[in-house]
Design a protein around this ligand. Structure first.
Ligand code: NAD
Length: 423
């Protein structure tokens, strides 16, 4: 960039792999860990890159590309979702696998981090094509994963149905029914009760804890949710059940805002049968506008890097609960902290999903299934305990919740690496 005037605004780095490395540096620095430990944590242990052919409905053959990254298995097998999205990159998958390690660490699960992604747009695939892509990817990564090695789950644009196809492909390849290879499956194939709501439910537990701390009643508290899929849509419903007023929601095409509160049953019906914008022109807003609304609670529940150095100063929420992974950049974090916004970081706020995925895996291995109440009770207990632990450490070290959450995980992973004699 030589020759660039010094007055030009610095370009913010938005590569998620570089962002997670920065977050590790921040937390590991406070723990005063030796450099070699930080060096281990800053890279995934293994990464697989695959390409596989898929027969399309029109008779053509299309070659798809995908990745699976395993970050650190000192504590246990890798665990983390598979994303289907046109913008998937290797660096994104690596970063997401790293956030998974730290997420599992925060809630005390016996897992390391894993993540997968396929570059595709499922919205443009027929159901048959989607099934062949799902089975093709599983076939391509089957030798790399395993129920004691690395266990995938759903993520953006992947569903319980896709998990079922993938479990079936893996089981056929190995000649053994293996429900523990993947979580987020349909109930009939060994899915867990409560898994579908788990990410949102866990997020809601952390929001309620934060509201209590700020002495804001959930009844009437205003909420904006970006992303209207598994995480965002269910979070909106669960918060409405707590008495919150959902004033804004959005999906990839844009959002809606109604100050007195959206008619949620109408919004759900529009999302299922037409499009959000059919709610009415005066209520239509952009995704960028949604992030800057004056609300008590903002829930980013879509993709990375939506709150950056460029717009963080315009955020008017009191609490940000990161249902999405990586929605806030380090530069935005600094600004939000100065503004006094309470950011519940992704590795805590959305850890409910992997927690119930863990419960599903435990049930699959034991072949003994729990009631929905048992799942919810155990999730609530773990989320509340984790929130309290992160909050206490953040106070002790006078730091934000993200750094405190990373510190808890990094300490745990380091102890496991030390006990194994790696460091
Ligand atoms: P999903 O596929 O069910 O839903 C994604 C939603 O985001 C859709 O409504 C889509 O329209 C919307 N979206 C896509 N691009 C957008 C854009 N540019 N702007 C606004 N909205 C957009 O996915 P999900 O499982 O709900 O995942 C959402 C986020 O939550 C991701 O960051 C994911 O990693 C994270 N997460 C999911 C789980 C889980 O269990 N599903 C667990 C932890 C974290």
């Amino acid at each position: 960039m030589s020759g660039t005037p010094t007055t030009a605004p610095a370009q913010e780095h938005l590569n998620p792999f570089e962002i997670v490395q920065k977050q590790i540096d921040e937390a590991a620095g406070r723990l005063q860990l030796p450099q070699h430990v930080i060096d281990i944590l800053k890279k995934p242990k293994r990464v697989l890159s695959v390409s596989f052919p898929v027969k399309m409905d029109d008779g053509s053959v299309q070659v798809f590309e995908g990745y699976r990254s395993q970050h650190n298995d000192a504590i246990g097998p890798g665990k983390g979702g598979i994303r289907f999205h046109p913008d998937v990159t290797l660096d994104e998958v690596k970063a997401l696998s790293m956030w998974m390690s730290f997420k599992c660490g925060v809630v005390g699960l016996p897992y390391g981090g894993g993540k997968g992604g396929v570059i595709c747009d499922p919205r443009k695939l027929s159901k048959g094509e989607l099934e062949r892509v799902s089975r093709g990817f599983m076939e391509a990564i089957a030798d790399f994963i395993g129920p004691d090695k690395d266990i995938p789950a759903p993520d953006v644009y992947t569903t319980p149905e896709i998990m079922g196809w993938m479990m079936d492909t893996y089981s056929r390849l190995k000649g053994v029914n293996t429900p523990g290879i993947i979580t987020g499956k349909p109930l009939i194939l060994g899915g867990s009760k409560g898994r579908n709501e788990a990410t949102a439910q866990g997020c809601v537990y952390t929001v309620l804890a934060a509201l209590k701390e700020l002495e804001i009643s959930p009844v009437g508290a205003t909420v904006a949710v970006q992303g209207f899929g598994n995480a965002g849509r269910i979070a909106a419903r669960l918060l409405a059940e707590q008495g919150c007023r959902i004033v804004a929601v959005s999906d990839s095409k844009g959002g809606l805002y109604q100050a007195e509160g959206l008619d949620l049953p109408k919004v759900f019906a529009l999302k299922d049968h037409s499009k959000l914008a059919d709610y009415g022109a005066p209520y239509v807003i952009t995704n960028a506008e949604l992030l800057e609304l004056e609300v008590d609670i903002l829930i980013p529940a879509a993709l990375e890097n939506v709150i950056t150095g460029a717009n963080a100063g315009n955020v008017r929420a009191k609490i940000i609960a990161e249902a999405a992974n990586g929605p806030t950049t380090p530069e935005a974090d600094k600004i939000l902290q100065e503004m006094g916004v309470l950011v519940i970081p992704d590795i805590l706020a959305n850890a409910g999903g992997v927690t119930v995925s863990y419960f599903e895996w435990v049930q699959n291995l034991a072949q003994f299934y729990w009631t929905e109440e048992e799942v919810r009770e155990r999730l609530s207990q773990r989320m509340h305990a984790s929130y309290d632990a992160v909050r206490a450490l953040s106070r002790e070290h006078r730091t934000d919740l993200r750094t405190a959450a990373f510190m808890i995980s990094i300490k745990r992973i380091s102890e496991a690496m030390s006990a194994r004699g790696w460091i």
